[in-house]
Every structure is written in structure tokens, then in C-alpha cells.
Design a protein around this ligand. Structure first.
Ligand code: ATP
Length: 436
């Protein structure tokens, strides 16, 4: 049921519109004043146009310094940076920053400006007229999944962290920059909101084809978002720069092996997406329609629940037929704990979402948030179990080869014998099994 990882990756790379620009770092060095060692020693890096690259590595390895050198919020001490083939180290830094979107943790919105004014900040500097800015604002709010009527005139303090972050992304995209730089953008939101924001970013990326560079502490987030992941160690040293699949299959250095850690087997799950699993059909009910009509459709389809959607196709609630039958018309109730994942979500995300909502299933949406089906916990567990069994088989095969080569551990496992006389054979057998 799952596709091979590389087939997914190449499909993702070919069906994209590309409006982004390539980024090249050539011999880039950053020495901060008063520091003995450079924060970035000498970095060469090529990022393809229209790709997402995630920077990961331990604290202080130079991720943020590298990111901020791209828009020259930090000036490189040496080296050159090219965007779309243009050497930007020679350009006016203010002009450069107007052409590069920049998103930080919590959105970084101006607190006394409403959403529309925040989004229009750079277009105003660029001299766009009011109509053009208003049109762009409406388009961007829709793109990031916020209703313009409800949000355009809200202040940041009257929105959730996730909503502020969506506005932060809209603001960064306002002047249609080819490059978007994001520094720990989802670090300050709860895990479920984080999944939704990640999925929303993947959707935006697919639609617009920008080049996105994202700094994160979270390897799982890096493998989910990145077409390629850059793993750095102290001094901005490149340990590995490759696709998530390559990194997980062939860690380039002992540092990478340790960094991805024992979670590597599970990290494979972050590469399996909800879209790779066949999902179940659902009966749709429309707010305001007679409940009897929706009941008839659900019964004809053999479904026990219906999904209530709004005009944009976004899910609002997932009531049972009994609940639905207790109303005359389909109500506009919004279930705040509704389990929803995007088709770009990982199976890990799907499981987390189901657990957080205490539900045995989740709704699945397309990249614009419209419902396309549901996914049950059993389908997810079956795939996870099959993958774990496969991974274990590979591991035991590898350790057998290591053993036969004489390169692996050679001691005979020692099983302690029961030393008191109260143990019966069965108990001793259980201990042996768990100890081995
Ligand atoms: N303004 C500065 N002055 C002096 N040293 C700095 C400055 N900013 C960063 N550094 C140092 O440069 C190194 C790299 O810092 P940087 O913030 O790029 O790392 P990072 O990988 O983004 O870390 P974190 O994950 O903790 O945010 C660190 O040793 C840091 O202490």
C-alpha cells in the first residue's frame, strides 16, 4: 500500500510549479567579533529552485547564522551568496530583504497593527496601490487557511499562536518573493497545531513552488518538510546534505548516526504519508440542509457517520447518524477537537492526531483543507507494523552478516540462572526469553 520512498520523492519533485530561485553559498564564513572560532567556518551549499531544505543540528552549530546570512541580516565575513544566479553580497541589503520572505517563531507580527496592515507592510514600502494590496491580502489569507472576513481586521493578540503563525507566513509571501527563510517557525505551538502548520506549508509550497529554507531543532520535522536536509555540526560543518531517505538509509558520518539516533527506524514512518494509504469514503453533509437528506445518503452508502462541511469544503463536525437524526437541519456546530490531517501528513501525525482527540480515526483533507476521506487507526497500525517487521528483518539480517564477518558483537549472551529454589521451569523460561 505504501509507495517506495524514492518514488514519492521524485514524484514530489516533478509535479511542482517552480517560482522560487536557486540559492548558492560559496566559501561562506562568519566570524563574530570577540569569538575565537568562526560560527561558520567555510560553507559551500547549493539549494535547488522550488525545493524545501531543512537545516538541523545541535544548538550553536550555526543554523541561524547561516540562514540570516542568506538575507544578510547577518553579514558574511567572507564568501559569496547567489540567489537565482545573482551575487547578493553586493546588493543593497534593504532591497534584498524586501525580496526575501522571512518568518520567525510566533510569526513576529507587529502587535499594534491588524492582520491586513501586517500583511501589507512590504507591499506598501514597494508602493503598491490599496486595491492591489487588498486583493493580495485576501488571496494570501485564503492560501494560509484563514477567512479574510473574520481575520483581516484582528489584532495579533486576538488570535491563537497557530493563526498568528499563518499570518506570519502570509506576510512573508506578500510581495511574492522567490525565497522564504523560516527560523524555527513552528517552535512555539502545540504539537497538533504544528502538524497543521507543517501541512499547510507543504500545501503552499506545492501551489507556489517557492524555495524554502527552514531551521529546525526537530529531525522529524526536517524529514517531513525537507526535500533535502542539511545536518550541521559545530562551526557550520556539513555532516550530510541529502534527501531524508538517503540520510536514514546511509548516515554519512558517526555524528549523523548519533544525531538521528535510535529513533531512525521510527523516523522511517515520518516518510510514509497519509496520501500513500487508501482512505475510506465519507458521507458529506452541508450546513443548513435537511438532516433527513444527509441521513438518506449516509444509509445508502452504509456509513455510520457524516462529515459536516462549510462552503469551502472544510470539515466542521463528524456526527453519528443518531446525533444527526436528533436535528431537523444540519447544524453549523464546530467541533474544536475534530481529528483532521492533510494528505501530506505523515502516519506519525495521523496517529498523534487520533490519540490527541481520543478517536479511532481521523478525517483527511487536501492541500486546501477540503475533506477527501477518513483514515482508521487499523489501516495506520497495519502499515506501521509491516514497516517495523521489515526494519527488524533488515536489522537482524545485518547483524547476522556482521557476526559472520567477525565485525559484530561476538560474546555469547549470558542468561543468569535462577538461584533460588522457588522458581519453576516456566518462570525461568520467561526470564530467559526477556533477558535474551
Ligand atoms: N551576535 C553574536 N555574537 C557572538 N557570537 C554569536 C552571535 N550569534 C551567534 N553567535 C555564536 O555563533 C554560534 C552559532 O550560533 P547560531 O545562533 O547560528 O547557532 P544555531 O545552530 O542556530 O543555534 P540554536 O539552535 O541554539 O539556535 C554559537 O556559538 C553562538 O554562540
Amino acid at each position: 500500500m505504501t509507495q517506495p520512498a524514492d518514488a514519492t520523492a521524485s514524484a514530489a519533485a516533478t509535479d511542482r510549479t517552480v517560482t522560487g530561485a536557486s540559492i548558492t553559498l560559496e566559501g561562506v564564513v562568519k566570524r563574530y567579533r570577540g569569538q575565537d572560532k568562526p560560527a561558520v567556518e567555510r560553507l559551500d551549499l547549493d539549494i535547488d529552485a522550488g525545493h524545501i531544505v531543512a537545516f538541523v543540528g545541535p544548538s550553536g552549530c550555526g543554523k541561524t547564522t547561516t540562514l540570516k546570512m542568506i538575507n544578510r541580516l547577518i553579514e558574511p565575513t567572507e564568501g559569496r551568496i547567489f540567489i537565482g544566479g545573482r551575487d547578493v553580497t553586493k546588493e543593497n541589503p534593504d532591497k534584498l530583504r524586501q525580496s526575501i520572505g522571512y518568518v520567525i517563531q510566533s510569526g513576529g507580527l507587529f502587535p499594534h497593527w491588524d492582520v491586513a496592515k501586517n500583511i501589507g507592510a512590504i507591499p506598501r514600502v514597494l508602493g503598491w496601490n490599496k486595491e492591489r494590496i487588498a486583493e493580495r491580502t485576501e488571496y494570501l489569507l485564503d492560501l494560509v487557511g484563514l477567512d479574510a472576513d473574520a481575520f483581516a481586521h484582528r489584532l495579533p493578540k486576538d488570535m491563537s499562536g497557530g493563526q498568528q503563525q499563518r499570518v506570519g507566513v502570509a506576510r512573508a509571501l506578500a510581495a511574492d518573493p522567490p525565497v522564504l527563510l523560516m527560523d524555527e517557525p513552528f517552535g512555539a505551538v502545540d504539537p497538533i497545531t504544528r502538524v497543521r502548520l507543517q501541512d499547510s506549508l507543504i500545501g503552499i509550497q506545492k501551489e507556489l513552488g517557492k524555495t524554502i529554507v527552514i531551521v529546525t531543532h526537530d529531525f522529524e520535522e526536517a524529514t517531513k518538510l525537507g526535500d533535502k536536509v542539511l545536518i550541521l555540526s559545530q562551526g557550520g560543518h556539513v555532516e550530510q546534505y541529502a534527501t531524508p531517505e538517503e540520510i536514514l538509509a546511509n548516515p554519512a558520518t558517526p555524528f549523523v548516526e548519533e544525531f538521528i539516533g535510535s529513533g531512525a527506524t521510527l523516523a522511517h514512518l515520518t516518510l510514509s504519508r497519509v496520501r500513500d494509504v487508501a482512505h475510506d469514503e465519507v458521507t458529506i453533509a452541508y450546513v443548513g440542509e435537511p438532516a433527513a437528506d444527509a441521513l438518506t445518503r449516509a444509509r445508502a452508502a452504509g456509513h455510520q457517520w457524516v462529515v459536516v462541511i462549510d462552503q469551502a469544503g472544510h470539515p466542521r463536525a463528524w456526527p453519528s447518524l443518531e446525533e444527526l437524526a436528533s436535528k431537523k437541519t444540519v447544524s453549523d456546530y464546530v467541533d474544536q477537537r475534530l481529528p483532521v490531517v492533510a494528505s501530506s501528513s505523515t502516519l506519525n501525525d495521523a496517529l498523534d492526531t487520533m490519540l490527541a482527540a481520543s478517536q479511532g480515526g481521523t478525517l483527511v483533507t487536501d492541500r486546501r483543507g477540503a475533506v477527501i476521506g477518513s483514515l482508521g487507526i487499523k489501516s495506520v497500525m497495519d502499515i506501521i507494523q509491516a514497516q517495523l517487521a521489515e526494519a527488524r528483518e533488515e536489522e537482524s539480517h545485518t547483524s547476522y552478516i556482521e557476526h559472520a564477518d567477525g565485525t559484530g558483537p561476538i560474546e555469547t549472551p549470558i542468561v543468569a540462572a535462577a538461584d533460588d529454589d522457588g522458581e519453576d521451569g516456566a518462570d525461568a523460561g520467561e526470564r530467559t526469553a526477556s533477558g535474551a
